[in-house]
Design a protein around this ligand. Sequence first.
Ligand SMILES: Cc1ncc(COP(=O)(O)O)c(C=O)c1O
Length: 354
Amino acid sequence: MHRLWSDTLQRLSPYAPGEQAQNSDVIKLNTNEHALAPSSGAVTAGQQLDVERLRRYPDPTSRLLTEAIATANNVSFDQVLVTNGSDEVLAFAWTAFLSDAHKVPAVPAMTYTFYPVWAKLLGQGLHQVTMNSDLSIDVEALKAWDGPVVFPNPNAPTGLSLPLETIEGLVAHNPNRLVLIDEAYFGFGAASAVSLINQYDNLLITRSFSKSHALAGLRVGYALAHAKLVEGLRRVKDSFNSYPVDAYAQCVATAAVSDSAWFTEASAAVKENRAELAAGLTQQRFSVLPSEANFVLASHPEHTGIVLTEYLKTQNILVRSWSSDELLPWVRITVGTKDQQARLLSALADYLND
Ligand SMILES: Cc1ncc(COP(=O)(O)O)c(C=O)c1O
């Protein structure tokens, strides 16, 4: 605290990003980065970037990237807005649509922990909806809420997803409130709601290149929605930072989204490794939630998530756990390469059989 801190600053509780290990010996399964390297075509496109594009400001509309995303998703240019990671488009959405005192959004009680941070930043409340006993989202409670609704599909950190019919039912239930679906974990099995955006102008989808395209270091995310919602987001963007996506990121992400062969193969590889990881954990008596993301949430009958995380850290393996009551038994493990997963499972076996 400092005497010059504003009231807004004093009430913030900033998001704590997952540990980013600098040491290359560490097996990093704590922040849900993709197991594979990104598209080689995308890497080459970045290496060949004309330096003139670095001397100049980048295109503020990210035109080529927006067109490529629109084509890949079968939507029009004005239904897409590209930003610096999906955290940024979520922050824009909070400012654009979720900052009025009479429009407090409902979120699942167990979900992405950045949502309360944006709510606080904007001096706004948040209505937390208790999870069902199987840790799935209570859709009926969200339906009953008379205000906007925000949740990831698949949810984080559970990895559980809702089917498209359920999402459509929720969106159609009340056309006068926003339904924001955070599809950060798109591409690993859950159905996307993108096919609904032409029909419902109260649906906003956010996506990320961090997970689906193995480009977390690039910081690119985007929104897909009715053109008027996208216009609202653009108005916030241009009132905050008109050039959020740099020239290099635009170039690499455009090549990445156009490489559909990489996407298909990489997504299949993650699903295969996820099934192996879940089977390996189950063999060691973990309960594993059926995930459609590139991570699994697992609990052991005898050890809390924190104890397992601390032990694995001594073995140079990073995973994620929490101190809150409801998440205490759980450990979240990112799907890794086959070799990384074998090392994780063998380290766990050493500990559990000791
Ligand atoms: C549910 C959810 N939404 C959004 C994000 C942010 O992703 P990005 O890297 O695009 O900012 C994450 C990152 O972990 C996430 O888990």
